[in-house]
Ligand binder design. Structure first.
Ligand code: NIG
Ligand code: FE
Length: 413
């Protein structure tokens, strides 16, 4: 007998194939849960018996749309302060790079972040994480990167863990080791990279605090060579790797990501044809971050047509961060990805479910509604999956369910 059976839903399973429509849509579906996993998915009419004899608990979705729980695969959720002042300066003509060069930007957030304890950092991030959960998110990647010394980076990763426990969200922690050069190493780039390679990565790996290591490969951040040495150290310690690649210039980030078998290469506005080909060959996911594109008034779009043609999986994330994407809605990011980059509804939904799972190395357990995967769902007041990314702004999420248990519902608010 199943523990629970969801009825009265149209299920956008994300599983393609002749049996299903766009987005793997099954009208009048049934989704069964056993323990924390999905046990059965199909048309209600194909159930092997009367529902009340199949499951202990029956839930009705009231005719709404059910999807896999959304996955935000790129966030910098935990930080101190905000950067509203930077945004004002940009409105007066200062560029992101110029503000960073003057000691503002990421480094100003580092100063505010270092002043806070793990508990204070978690408390600051809590409303942002709540907003994401109320927008259908059940799994959330959180990067460090505003600590930039061993103790502060570890504190950020601990804050991420605390948040996950407080909110029943699945937090996937990433050590963003090379984000900016900390002020105490302003005259010693090599010294900072060595600290990351010799102390930070070994310590984080030993404590099991992160699943992946990320780097910001860019002219205002770190060179391909500096990033490569950190990615190598990550791999040597059994950690996956990710790259902030080609956001502001074609700096070889996508090729670097491919060379190190990265789970994802993120941003990609300036990625060349060679970079796209490299991503395709390595099976690296392209993560598009339209919030940062919009807030930086960028005009160079990521090469979506080339990514598509090369068969590179495309994910979409909020990039939630104080400097370039203060965005606490993944469905808003979908809307932006469609409006600005021309993604289809099917690409948008896959981009925050199936392909986002892949960008975190979690495809085996998450990202689609399929028997054997974790019972993570989002229930939407939407009639058809083509509405994903059509509504401009947070969509109408009614409930988020993780491991078969309802963690948030609009009825509760
Ligand atoms: O993904 N590109 C680097 N990191 C962030 C921005 C961080 C910040 O400005 O605070 C990003 O856009
Ligand atoms: Fe980022």
């Amino acid at each position: 007998m199943w523990d629970a059976l969801w009825l009265g839903v149209d299920a956008a399973t994300g599983v393609s194939g002749a049996a299903h429509g766009a987005c793997g849509l099954i009208r009048d579906a049934a989704v069964a849960v056993r323990g924390s996993d999905i046990a059965w998915v199909g048309a209600r009419a194909a159930l092997p018996g009367p529902p009340e004899q199949l499951a202990r608990t029956l839930h009705s979705g009231g005719g709404r749309l059910l999807t896999a729980g959304l996955i935000d695969c790129h966030t910098h959720l935990v930080f101190g302060g905000d950067r509203a002042l930077d945004y004002e300066l940009r409105a007066q003509g200062a560029s992101y790079a110029k503000i960073a060069a003057a000691g503002g930007g990421i480094r100003s957030t580092v100063a505010l972040t270092r002043a806070l304890s793990a508990e204070e950092l978690a408390a600051t991030a809590l409303p942002r994480a709540r907003a994401l959960r109320a927008d259908g998110v059940t799994t959330l990647e959180v990067k460090s990167g505003y600590g930039l010394d061993v103790a502060s980076e570890i504190r950020l990763l601990e804050a991420a863990r605390l948040l996950g426990a407080q909110l029943d969200l699945e937090i996937v922690p990433t050590l963003l080791a090379l984000h900016a050069l900390p002020p105490e190493f302003a005259a010693d780039r090599a010294g900072y990279v060595a600290l990351v390679v010799r102390e930070l990565i070994p310590e984080v790996a030993a404590q099991g605090l992160a699943r992946a290591v990320d780097v910001f490969c860019e002219h205002i951040a770190f060179t391909v060579e500096e990033c490569a040495s950190v990615l190598q150290a990550a791999r040597d310690h059994g950690l996956a790797v990710k790259v902030h690649a080609d956001q502001l210039s074609d700096s070889g980030g996508a090729r670097l990501a491919a060379e190190y078998g990265a789970l994802s290469a993120d941003h990609l506005e300036y990625t060349s044809a060679a970079g796209v080909a490299a991503l395709a060959a390595s099976g690296t996911v392209a993560v598009l971050l339209p919030g940062a594109y919009l807030m930086l008034a960028e005009t160079q779009k990521p090469p979506v047509a080339a990514l598509r043609a090369a068969g590179v999986p495309i994910a979409i994330a909020t990039d939630l961060n104080p400097g370039t994407s203060p965005c606490t809605s993944l469905t808003l990011a979908l809307s932006l990805a469609r409006a600005l980059f021309g993604l289809t509804a099917e690409e948008a939904l896959a981009g925050c479910t199936r392909d986002a799972a892949r960008a975190l190395g979690l495809s085996a357990s998450r990202g689609t509604l399929e028997a054997g995967k974790q019972a993570d769902f989002a229930l939407w007041d939407l009639g058809h999956p083509r509405e994903f990314g059509y509504w401009l702004g947070p969509h109408r999420c009614c409930a988020t369910i993780r491991r078969g248990v309802c963690r948030w519902s609009s009825n509760l608010e």
